[in-house]
Design a protein around this ligand. Structure first.
Ligand SMILES: Cc1cc2nc3c(=O)[nH]c(=O)nc-3n(C[C@H](O)[C@H](O)[C@H](O)COP(=O)(O)OP(=O)(O)OC[C@H]3O[C@@H](n4cnc5c(N)ncnc54)[C@H](O)[C@@H]3O)c2cc1C
Length: 413
């Protein structure tokens, strides 16, 4: 027997759930909405945790999706510090950590992702950090500002944190397996551009090497030892080794998972294998009608957009999630990037603008089709990129020449 009944149960206290709650109300949902999140804070933006918040130029509250009063005004029951422990997809009930059993008409699984932890010798030493939640950012700022910091991983977390901590007076070294930073997402050419920006500001970058172990005296980390035998002195370490979608609840509930992408398997409407249950955000692996393949992305904007799609769907609209994913990242105020895509593989890169001037878009094509576009200072190109990605237009030689000419109008492509 359920202790209470709600129309919409939103599981997870991140952007996907918050956006879903917002749109449910904006689109006229009348029924009770319960948003359950494990963390102590109301839903908040994670991007500032490696940027403004880490730097100390934004407060905790600045990052809140909405002030707490908003939830009350909107009649959204917000349960922080509460977990959904068990989900019965058939009976449509959820058991909370408070022992309360909640019956629901529809539910969103937006349990997000957890950091990928590295299992190496010395990994338990103090001073070794991961970054996912507000408390992690507080601890990093406290321990790393003005110190020698080694960042493990050359993706956007490692790069952003290195840039921010450098601004706080730290001496940062990035250690990564790739040849250049951000190479996995954006290729060598763009990666080298961002790496140069980091190096110009004093960040040391070590590529084509790997973490072997941590060493310390007593409980504290003092050195990072690499596979190639380098020994890097470290007062603190920040590991950015990717994330693992949190499918624990979904798995126990018997929902279909995408073992390859590691998320909850959804259709193009973000519906899971159980009726009345949707998924969104970092945990959702959905059939993308735009890409013609299963996709799971870990982007702030996607969590928001998918939360909205689910709200519409919960209210009975027949809606396919057909938004081209958008991503942004800032390396302090040294370089800002935006990206639409994602391109899986590409056989051609077309540059529009100038790397030297730091104002370009880079177009990733496969078989003449645009799969993704990176912009540094050319945001206006992205609307055309979105259109071309969605349409799957094959660009001929003349069109490619226009793409490469920054003065040409992309509207006619
Ligand atoms: C430091 C950092 C910087 C980032 N910067 C950028 C950026 O610049 N650009 C960009 O596009 N993206 C960025 N991202 C990624 C972006 O923040 C994520 O894609 C986004 O947070 C995903 O939102 P979500 O709601 O899917 O999941 P999450 O934010 O992970 O939220 C899920 C929440 O659900 C909770 N939860 C899990 N299971 C349960 C349960 N059973 N019961 C209750 N609660 C549960 C979790 O504790 C968590 O609070 C960044 C992420 C980090 C960590």
């Amino acid at each position: 027997m359920a202790d209470r009944s709600v129309a919409h149960l939103l599981i997870g206290g991140g952007m996907a759930s918050a956006s879903c709650a917002r749109w449910l109300r904006e689109l006229g949902a009348e029924g009770e909405i319960l948003l359950v999140g494990r963390e102590p804070d109301p839903p908040y933006d994670r991007p500032p945790l490696s940027k403004e918040y880490l730097r100390g130029s934004a407060t905790r509250e600045d990052g809140h999706y909405r002030p707490t009063s908003w939830y009350e005004e909107q009649r959204i029951d917000l349960s922080t510090r509460t977990s959904v422990m068990k989900l019965d997809a058939e009976a449509r009930t959820a058991t909370l950590s408070t022992k309360e059993v909640v019956a629901f008409e529809s539910a969103l699984l937006a349990t997000g992702a957890n950091v990928r932890r590295l299992n190496v010798d010395g990994g338990q030493l103090e001073g070794i950090h991961y970054l996912r939640a507000l408390g992690n950012a507080d601890a990093i700022r406290e321990e790393a500002a003005g110190k020698r910091v080694v960042l493990i991983g050359g993706s956007y977390i490692g790069c952003e944190v290195a840039a921010t901590l450098t601004q706080l007076g730290a001496q940062c070294t990035i250690l990564m397996q790739e040849a250049v930073t951000l190479e996995r997402g954006f290729g060598r050419r763009a990666g080298a551009f961002f790496q140069q920006r980091l190096q110009e500001h004093g960040v040391e970058v070590i590529g084509v090497d790997a973490l072997e172990r941590f060493e310390g005296a007593g409980d504290r980390v003092e050195r990072v030892v690499t596979a190639a035998g380098r020994v890097l002195p470290a007062d603190a370490v920040v590991i950015g080794a990717g994330v693992v979608p949190d499918v624990m609840l979904a798995r126990a509930a018997g929902l279909a998972l995408d073992e390859q992408l590691g998320g909850i398997a959804c259709d193009e409407r973000l519906r899971t294998s159980a009726r009345g249950l949707w998924a969104a955000g970092d945990v959702a692996a959905y059939d993308s009608v735009i890409h013609g393949r299963r996709l799971r992305v870990e982007h702030w904007d996607v969590a928001l957009a998918q939360g909205r799609t689910v709200a519409r769907s919960m209210l009975g609209e027949d809606v396919v999630h057909d938004v081209v994913p958008y991503f942004f990242s800032d390396l302090a105020d040294w370089a800002s990037l935006e990206y639409v895509g994602p391109a899986a593989d590409w056989d051609q890169e077309v540059v529009r603008g100038s790397f030297e001037a730091g104002e370009f878009s880079l177009w990733y094509l496969a078989g003449g089709r645009v799969g993704g576009t990176l912009s540094v200072g050319r945001s206006e190109d992205l609307q055309h990129a979105r259109r071309l990605i969605a349409a799957g237009t094959v660009l001929d030689e003349a069109a490619l020449a226009r793409l490469a000419d920054p003065a040409s109008d992309l509207g006619s492509l």
